[in-house]
Design a binder for this molecule. Structure first.
Ligand code: ATP
Ligand code: ZN
Length: 210
């Protein structure tokens, strides 16, 4: 049996379940269940917080998972991206208050940047030889500059409307992300076979769409 991790409730949940359905894998409506047996496929669906999916896949609690590439890169676990899925598109960007227009990269030196993505941000700062202070917060990062907690933020952006309503603008993009399918590195031959079967179907669904 293939154990498939899906975000429990959030931006990726609906599209992930829809994709499974298009692959002929039924997921019965379980009210708030942690796991549920799939229909028409030898699989079990585990409903988890997206942040936990890379670790569960690394540890072999789940065999594969549907998750944002941003989370995969941030968590940096021993998993493999086996397919890009084309939904959940967003950017991880540094945003600045509107009052600080057109600064040069080096002017980020000494700034305090609030983020939920310290690993990706610190790597980028290092690559660009910028010494800034990162301040890790887990949610509502966009309000940090207004309450005086930070000079800038590094957060996910899609339409930009959240930035706009917080009087911020997108300054620099660190990463373009979309939902991906990750797999553990040590699947048994039987599970590998099920994954290959699923991948074949996902690719057929993608081909039919584009
Ligand atoms: P959870 O409760 O599972 O931890 P969450 O609040 O961390 O959920 P969501 O906001 O549901 O996460 O986002 C899940 C994923 O959707 C993100 O990691 C990202 O890959 C993708 N995504 C696409 N657009 C956006 C956006 N504008 N803001 C945030 N995430 C986005
Ligand atoms: Zn999350």
């Amino acid at each position: 049996m293939l154990r498939i991790a899906v975000q429990k409730s959030g931006r990726l949940s609906e599209d992930s379940l829809k994709l499974l359905k298009e692959c002929g894998i039924g997921v019965p409506n379980g009210n708030n269940q942690l796991k549920i047996k799939a229909e028409n496929f030898d699989a079990e669906i585990l409903f988890l917080r997206d942040d936990d999916i890379p670790e569960y896949v690394q540890d072999g609690v789940a065999d594969i998972g549907f998750v944002g590439e941003n989370v995969v890169l941030e968590k940096n676990k021993a998993t493999e991206i086996v397919e890009r899925l084309g939904y959940g598109k967003c950017r991880l960007s540094i945003a600045l208050p509107k009052t600080r227009k057109k600064i040069e990269l080096k002017e980020l030196n000494g700034m305090k940047i609030a983020t939920s993505y310290p690993f990706i941000l610190n790597r980028w700062l290092k690559q660009n030889k910028i010494k800034a202070e990162t301040h890790v917060i887990s949610g509502s990062v966009e309000i940090a500059p207004r309450i005086g907690l930070a000079d800038a933020i590094c957060d996910l952006v899609s339409s930009g409307s959240t930035l706009f309503s917080n009087e911020l603008y997108e300054y620099e993009t660190l990463l373009r992300s979309e939902a991906v399918l990750i797999s553990g590195k040590q699947l048994s031959p039987q599970r590998k076979e099920l994954l290959d079967k699923l991948l074949f179907r996902i690719r057929s669904v993608k081909k039919a769409k584009y």
